[in-house]
Design a protein around this ligand. Structure first.
Ligand code: NAD
Length: 498
């Protein structure tokens, strides 16, 4: 991996930035600056978008068979590069290697889904819709599109969109997070090796300035954004106002409801895995356990025992949990723990005391468990995005459901129970986009679509699956009559089909 200044990827090669602005990229496990990344200015945005504009006409008319072969090749190269990409993710994000490997595997699923693009783009055909008149539908690409991704999944989130957008005939400008920008460049190399023509995939490094440049650029036809809710909301507003198609996925506060009949060990394993995996820096992390009735006491004890046994340290050294992404983020999360305690929650496990297994001054915070959290506390209301699990105790299923449904976020949720009827009722009644039944992180497989409700997604369309194909294409319907179909003569009335 480069130790210098990472550049953009434009027309099949890494190029230095023109703005002169850069940002530090840290190794979160050591706390040291590992490299720098260029931050795009207007000239960089123009150069990147121009490459995508120039490549579009050729790519949209490239035979589907050739596009499909490139997708298959990319899929194989991605699979081969899985371990290397995992190392890159861990070095800049901090998550443990096995978790980074899992991220690559889930992204790979979307590339595999996109290999079926020939089938996915098939339209309908109706013969003799009217006398000698046939009708068929086609789906066409939009043009150059932008994908803007967050720091927490530098490989998987771009892959939710990029393979489908490219397979459908669009050209893509990816703006990765400036906190972990290396993986995007590595994926660009894989696309080139797979035979993708120059300009079809571009990486524009940067921050808000790069994002705003893409949102305002008239040549960009659609925007897929993933990040925090306030930014998602603003991106949605700005891109929509500029007339673009936009899907903006935001933050989350995911509840795991545990009913009194649940197996406590199963529920505790799930809460700890989903609460502390990736140090809680997942949009599908469980951050609130809603314990119903008498299950609360044993459940809190079981979670605490497991949390205390976790090893926090350098993700490259076989630990269970890595550091947070930056020192500022670690301090912010620690601030929430202090605030939770001040506002009356019981601090059962305090991650601020952690002794990490790492060299240097990494951005560590150990697993933290707060009990007796109430809905007005900031640890409950805010997305913390760290290894902090809050337990809210309620008496009944109805109270648990009301709590989840009153929350402004609606990304993921889970119910733990052995009662099929209760689970089915929850699935029907809960106002959340992705629901797990005894599954704590219900991230849909690639051929279904990923997306939350309420403040977790702005726009109509979810990511990947059929909705992803729909997002990156637009429909056209052709009605045709050929010579030999007979003359209809003059008819100034509105065309009828009888
Ligand atoms: P972020 O909102 O800070 O950044 C996301 C992207 O937007 C980055 O590329 C960043 O450079 C850019 N950006 C940051 N501030 C901006 C601004 N003011 N204007 C325009 N662009 C801006 O998010 P993050 O910290 O990188 O990622 C974590 C957040 O993403 C969490 O809130 C998490 O829940 C959310 N997330 C959601 C999903 C989902 O599927 N709903 C998935 C992953 C992450």
């Amino acid at each position: 991996m480069s130790t210098g200044v990472l550049g953009h990827w434009i027309n099949g090669a890494e190029v230095p930035g023109a703005s002169g602005r850069t940002a530090d990229v840290y190794d979160p496990a050591t706390g040291k600056v590992a490299r720098q990344v260029a931050l795009a200015g207007p000239a960089d945005v123009e150069r990147a978008v121009s490459a995508a504009v120039a490549a579009f006409p050729g790519w949209r008319d490239t035979a589907l068979s050739r596009r499909t072969r490139i997708l298959f090749e990319f899929r194989d190269l991605l699979d081969e590069a899985g371990d290397e990409l995992a190392q890159i993710i861990t070095a800049e994000h901090g998550k443990v290697i096995s978790d980074a490997r899992g991220e690559v595997a889930r992204g790979l699923e979307v590339a595999e889904f996109a290999c079926g693009i020939g089938h996915l783009l098939k339209g309908g055909y109706t013969e003799n819709a009217s006398a000698a008149v046939d009708v068929h539908s086609i789906r066409q690409p939009l043009g150059p599109v932008a994908v803007i991704s967050p720091f927490n999944f530098p490989v998987m989130v771009p892959l939710w969109f990029v393979p489908i957008a490219i397979a459908a005939g669009n050209t893509v400008v990816l703006k990765p997070s400036e906190k972990d920008p290396s993986a995007a460049l590595r994926m660009a190399e894989l696309w080139r090796r797979a035979g993708l023509p120059d300009g079809v995939f571009t990486v524009l490094q940067g921050d808000k300035e790069a994002v705003d440049g893409l949102l305002d650029h008239p040549a960009i036809k659609a925007v897929s954004f993933v990040g925090s809710t306030p930014v998602a909301q603003e991106v949605y507003r700005r891109a929509s106002a500029a007339g673009k198609r936009v899907q903006a996925l935001g933050g989350a506060k995911n509840h795991m409801v545990v009913l009194p009949d649940a197996d406590v060990d199963v529920a505790a394993d799930a809460a700890v895995s989903a609460g502390f995996g990736s140090a809680g820096e997942r949009c599908m992390a469980i951050s609130v356990v809603v314990a119903v009735g008498q299950v609360a006491g044993p459940l809190v004890a079981a979670i605490a025992e497991r949390a205390r046994g976790l090893r926090t340290g350098d993700g490259r050294q076989g630990c269970d949990m890595g550091p947070l992404v930056t020192a500022a983020h670690r301090d912010r999360v620690a601030g929430y723990v202090a605030e939770g305690e001040r506002s009356g929650a019981s601090l059962v496990v305090d991650g601020r005391d952690v002794v990490p297994d790492a060299d240097g001054s990494g951005f560590f915070l150990g697993p933290t468990l707060l009990d007796h959290v109430t809905p007005e506390m900031s640890v409950y209301t805010d997305e913390i995005f760290g290894p902090v699990l809050s337990v809210v105790r309620v008496d009944t299923y109805d109270q648990a459901l009301a709590l989840v449904n009153a929350n402004p976020y609606g990304n993921g949720t889970a119910i733990f129970t052995t009662d099929g009827g209760a689970a089915r009722r929850f699935e029907n009644e809960v106002e959340v986009g992705m629901v797990g039944v005894n599954v704590p992180i219900p991230v849909p497989v690639a051929y279904y679509s990923f997306g939350g409700w309420k403040n977790s997604l702005f726009g109509d369309t979810h990511a990947h699956g059929a909705e992803g194909v729909h997002f990156f294409t637009r429909g056209k319907v052709v009605t045709s009559r050929w010579p030999g179909g007979g003359r209809t003569g003059l008819n100034l009335g509105f065309p009828r089909n009888d």
